[in-house]
Design a protein. Structure first.
Length: 295
């Protein structure tokens, strides 16, 4: 009798924990963009699951997505992250021209999709990551993806959609190191309605310090064409915004996106700022899991 109970309870529990530990192992490799920039890529989760590619925002890295990659429910999927050019462990060209042309960012994402052999991945882009998705769609269309989630995504880099913080952006691109770092600290504070703990914020600030200065000066000049990217898209698109976003205007951004593509779905997180995937991570992970299951 006791042997039967052991087999029915302990053994399945052991197998579940063993599987979770196996999926949690991270695979690291690099991908080369068409212009030669090296991109650092990371994979975890179930290697046979539906692929989900996470794209971080300005001054971030793949570490931004830890609350997603470490989520037990999401680990049933193949979780792919990568550091954008000029960020984290990826290459950091010193010429602003390497960042000003939005096509290069879309090409980077295409290179990750191709090199990882991700079959119909779901794209999840935060802030600047939304621009990366849009530039990918403009250049490559939606035939190779199953859908996209914009998380407080930048729709267009225009004053109507981007909240003005002239002093912060001025300091972020200053040549004086102290001014530069103080500007990046101020920018990161603006990302959150619910401020992160000191350890997390310190890691975010270290992420920001790794980011290339020429990239930060060039990013505001990236252009997008919604008529060539979002309008023809037929895959499911979900836009998630924090109600208290201090960097991107959720109302005008959503209105513009839905005007171009009325099929866009949207969700507002009432207790979040610019980073709902960190501020309300449990709800965000449930929403993401539900969206994946509906694809």
């Amino acid at each position: 009798m006791w042997l039967f109970i052991f087999r029915r309870t302990v053994v399945p529990l052991f197998l579940l924990l063993f599987s979770a530990a196996l999926f949690a192992q991270v695979k690291n490799y690099t991908v080369t963009a068409p212009d030669g920039v090296t991109l650092a890529v990371q994979e975890s989760g179930n290697p046979n699951g539906r692929p989900v590619i996470f794209i971080h925002g300005l001054l971030g890295s793949h570490l931004n997505w830890e609350k997603q990659t470490e989520d037990v429910q999401l680990q049933r999927y193949r979780l792919i992250t990568f550091d954008l050019r000029g960020h984290g462990l990826s290459g950091k060209p010193q010429q602003e021209s390497a960042y000003r042309d939005g096509r290069r960012w879309g090409d980077d994402l295409a290179a990750v999709i191709e090199s990882s052999h991700a079959d119909k991945p779901l794209l999840v882009g935060w802030s600047l990551g939304g621009v990366v998705i849009t530039r990918y769609l403009e250049a490559y269309g939606d035939a190779r993806i199953s859908g996209a989630v914009y998380v407080d995504g930048v729709v267009e880099l225009v004053p109507e959609q981007i909240t003005a913080h002239p002093e912060v952006y001025r300091d972020m691109t200053a040549s004086d190191l102290k001014t530069h770092l103080d500007g990046e600290r101020a920018f990161l504070r603006l990302c959150f309605y619910q401020q992160p703990d000191n350890g997390t914020f310190g890691r975010l600030l270290a992420n920001a310090a790794l980011a290339a200065w020429p990239m930060q000066r060039a990013v505001p000049s990236i252009s997008v064409s919604l008529e060539k990217s979002l309008r023809p898209a037929r895959v499911p698109l979900l836009f998630i915004y924090g109600r208290h976003d201090a960097l991107v205007n959720p109302q005008t951004s959503l209105a513009r996106a839905k005007d171009v593509n009325p099929r866009i779905q949207s969700v507002i997180f009432d207790d979040s700022g610019h980073a709902p995937f960190m501020e309300e991570s449990e709800r965000f992970n449930r929403e993401l899991k539900g969206f994946i299951e509906r694809l």
